[in-house]
Design a protein around this ligand. Sequence first.
Ligand code: UTP
Length: 307
Amino acid sequence: MPMRHSVTKVVIPAAGLGTRFLPATKALPKEMLPVVDKPAIQYVVEEAVRVGLPDVLFVTGRNKNALENHFDRATELEAILMRKGDEERLQRVSESSVLANVHYVRQGDPLGLGHAVLRAKAHVGDNSFAVLLGDDLIDPRDTLLERMLQVHDQRDTCVVALMEVDAAQAHLYGIATVEPTDEDDVVRVRGLVEKPEPGSAPSNLAIVGRYVLKPEIFRVLEGTAPGRGGEIQLTDALLTMAEDDAAGGVHGVVFRGRRYDTGDKLDYIKANVMLACEREDLGPGLREWLREHVLEMERQPEVGLAT
Ligand code: UTP
């Protein structure tokens, strides 16, 4: 049984352009790219449901049809599978349509993650809420979101997920300056900078795609000017919250588990391999092939490289 939390609503922004993954994302949101045999975003919705948060608002952009259809009934397909008596596939087709109570809001122009979150204001109202990025997968065995909800409830604060990254990767993330607290995995966030110039990151603690936010964030976002890349950055609004002790500031939960950024090509491929390796139906065959393939690559390291 999931624990009860004060948070009941989840917002999943999925309106980004996904330019790192073109041309696959020309007609498909990157959150809909399959990881093994499910769209990435379904894992994220399953994560929300697992912690007892089935009220999900998707912030969609262009190409929203594929996403809406995936979380809807596929009546014709279901009828065909039923006629064939293919119970197993029928179950797989219908599970995403009954998984959560889904709602949609359009972002219009992709003016940044902060702008996407602001579009959730009417749905969320005066309540704290969770934001889960639809292209960021947390391994189902790790309990990051549960812990973040707990920290929010105990400390009445906004909570971000932080992970240690290599210095060479820091310019790709929002980076936090932090102070310790009396709990090992919880830090107080004192500074935040979105995608710092290479070599200038103030730490190696990066924000990853899970947030628990207090409703005050909407007022702050409304006053946040476009920042890095001309976009309204959630990180900039969080910095304002972090500096506001009266509003509870911002805390970070330091996550040391498994996470895949499926919006990045290399991480996307790793996610597919790792998750498939652990599946009963695919794992044994894939592991065997991988072992042989690695040996082959060691014998001929440069053969077959193409751009
Ligand atoms: P990213 O920073 O990964 O940006 O967004 P992107 O534009 O989607 O991808 P690239 O860099 O061009 O390949 C982080 C999250 O915020 C959402 C994205 O869908 C993703 O889940 N987002 C971003 C929005 O919903 N709206 C925006 O305007 C920007």
